[in-house]
Design a protein around this ligand. Structure first.
Ligand SMILES: [Zn+2]
Length: 488
């Protein structure tokens, strides 16, 4: 009941903020020391990027997403690791975004071991479906791993290098936060239709000369505009979004993907070019036009920004064990296509069992992943290690459950907007890991009869560790939020 009341107060506050935003009164309010300071000092920010395009001429590079056996034949545009470092008065964090399908936690830990002077290194992937396999399941055949350890080592080295380069660029900043929304730019291909159509943007401005230092953009869409037939390495539509924004704002851009589960993708009916031509998946003009439209939305967000205080920085991470029930994932471990360490499932997501060797198919195996809550002053960053269904951000899980769902009585998991205090938040999907879809248990629907009177299951479960994944992730996130020390 108290939680309900608190949620009500929060939503009323959010409505009040929304009503006031853009008004002179709001700007004046935000000028006061209590909430966002124009002259904030103590926050140093630096950006850098480095190329991580694989060598398709001298190596077999297997492309990630869709089915195995898609060998890259050329490079359309380069892939990058893009970094922003945030240096607060006492804590330093680095946020790195990779133009990849999903960088795995064991590889993120390799990067972190080289950056011990950082309180937190957050490595996220855009979930690019037109880049190389960095997980292993998209090799030559389903029985051949597609992950190249030498390439992974190169990425790790270059990410460390880009953090060190960004450090050299650190300037004292004032920060601004803005949101713009477009339902039309997103398709949710799975019922219930719940989208995260908000583009969230943090802008950092040099406190001395008022120049843009850089922006951090969060949008929520599978980078798969080029589709399953493309064999040219590309960063997909974010390549254009970033290029256009960098030109318009005259500063570096780090692009991150938020809650893309469900799954959220570019509109299936395509988009219209400036001269009225219909453009659709698989066409470079479509990827570019869609990327441009996302950049336009980001520019709208820039215009809506208000000052936000970004210090002090607090970090709360929690490691969570997730049982791997999915038979395909288990076969991938059995065949060595995925070489990630596994642990005996103990029944408790916070107790990690003994190591389970790769070929052991029958032991109940779990993987260890991580959830994160980073508070930068008035900003809240939530990191989830996979593709979060937007129902777990905003709510919208059917209540009662849809007839035919496999677990109609399952408890509804905590949602992000109930965990973080207000709307000044960013959601970082595929944060430090990619464990697949994070599906509300009540929407799990693999067994006949199926929900929504469907004759076949909806797509999703085949790319999830199992029906309890969302419960363990969202409960872990709640623990991480509760463990955050109070701001003094
Ligand atoms: Zn996906």
């Amino acid at each position: 009941m108290r939680r309900f009341k608190a949620a009500m107060q929060r939503s009323q506050m959010a409505m009040l903020l929304a009503a006031l935003s853009g008004s002179a009164l709001f700007s004046n309010l935000l000028g006061q020391p209590c909430c966002g300071q124009e002259n904030e000092t103590g926050m140093g920010v630096g950006f850098a990027h480095v190329e991580i395009t694989p060598d398709v001429k001298n190596h077999d590079v297997w492309m990630a997403g869709y089915a195995p056996g898609r060998k890259a034949t050329s490079v359309h545009d380069p892939l990058f690791a893009r970094t922003v470092v945030l240096h607060g008065p006492t804590k330093r964090i680095a946020i790195v975004s990779l133009d990849l399908v999903g960088f795995q936690l064991p590889d993120v830990q390799t990067i972190r071991s080289e950056l011990p002077d950082y309180d937190h290194v957050l490595v996220t992937s855009t979930h690019n479906h037109e880049g190389p396999d960095v997980i292993g399941i998209w090799g030559r055949t389903p029985f051949h791993g597609g992950k190249d350890p030498a390439y992974i080592r190169t990425i790790c080295q270059r990410v460390v290098q880009t953090v060190r380069t960004a450090e050299k660029q650190v300037r004292q900043v004032v920060s601004r936060f803005g949101v713009a929304e477009s339902e039309a730019l997103i398709r949710d291909s799975r019922k219930p239709i719940v989208k995260d159509a908000k583009l969230r943007l943090l802008q950092f401005i040099d406190s001395k000369d008022q120049q843009n230092i850089g922006v951090l953009v969060q949008w929520n869409c599978h980078p798969e505009a080029m589709g399953s037939r493309n064999r040219a390495i590309t960063a997909d539509f974010p390549a254009t979004t970033i290029k256009v924004l960098q030109k318009r704002l005259k500063c570096p851009v780090v692009y991150i993907s938020g809650a893309v589960g469900g799954l959220l993708a570019p509109p299936s009916e395509g988009v219209t070019s400036k001269d009225g031509t219909r453009l659709a998946t698989g066409d470079w003009a479509f990827a570019e036009r869609y990327g441009q439209m996302v950049a336009d939305l980001a520019e709208k967000a820039v215009k809506s920004t208000v000052p936000v205080r970004m210090t002090p920085i607090g970090v709360s991470s929690k490691q969570v064990s997730i049982p791997v029930v999915n038979p395909w994932y288990r076969v991938a471990r059995l065949t060595g296509v995925v070489k990630r360490p596994g642990y005996q499932w103990t029944g408790d997501p916070y107790q990690f069992g003994a190591n389970v060797r790769l070929g052991d198919f029958f032991r109940r195996t779990a993987i260890v992943t991580e959830v994160n809550y980073i508070r930068c002053g008035e900003m809240h960053l939530v990191g989830v290690p996979g593709e979060l269904y937007p129902e777990l951000v905003y709510g919208g899980v059917p209540d009662p459950a849809e007839a035919g769902a496999d677990y109609p009585k399952a408890d509804v998991e905590p949602i992000v907007m109930d965990l973080v205090p207000d709307e000044r938040s960013m959601i970082v999907g595929l944060a430090n890991d990619e464990i697949g879809y994070i599906i509300p248990k009540r929407q799990w629907d693999q067994r006949s009869p199926f929900a929504y009177d469907r004759r076949r299951s909806q797509y999703g479960e085949i790319n999830s560790c199992g029906p309890d994944t969302a419960r363990f992730i969202m409960n872990g996130l709640r623990e991480a939020v509760l463990a955050m020390p109070k701001e003094k």
